[in-house]
Design a protein around this ligand. Sequence first.
Ligand code: FES
Ligand code: FES
Length: 190
Amino acid sequence: MPDITLTVNGAPRRAEAEDRTLLVEFLRRQLGLRGTHAGCDTAQCGACTVLLDGRAVKSCIVLAAAAEGAEVETVEGLSRDRAAPHPVLQAFEAFHRRPCGFCAPGMIMAAVDMIRRHGEALDTATVRHELEGNLCRCAGYHDIIRAILAAAPTRRPEGRRPRERNATDAADKLRPRPDHGRGPGAVRDG
Ligand code: FES
Ligand code: FES
């Protein structure tokens, strides 16, 4: 079997894989990164979403061989710095407390991608549209949308310089308010 060499969560990785091995299988079996879930294996559910060279892809429809030399980010990479987990992870922890959590890794990686692409322009309609390829069987969409908006940069009045975002900023932003325990990223249900 040929070797596949790629960078995963910032570290060089190398392992054998058959030509037909899918990226999701390669990550889970060969590299032991089981945070990426395999749900449908037919590009329907989004549970297997990872970032491939910075863009969200469904790793159940990408051959591991096609990722040769690429940069892959999985959900494990967002908690590399245990003292300052990625703001999206913190937001999902705060808002997305559904029973199974099976969809969460894919939702989280899709969220990282959409926040990077849309930045301050990200709004509820855009999040809903972007999540079309990610399914939650526990119907936790409202909480997921709240989490993503809470983790996104906020629009600020023109001329005001945004503060640098860090874990403390994110934690402040997510601290529950007295009103129903919702953070400032909360959106209306509907
Ligand atoms: S497992 Fe890849 S989209 Fe469902
Ligand atoms: S929380 Fe169960 S599938 Fe989303």
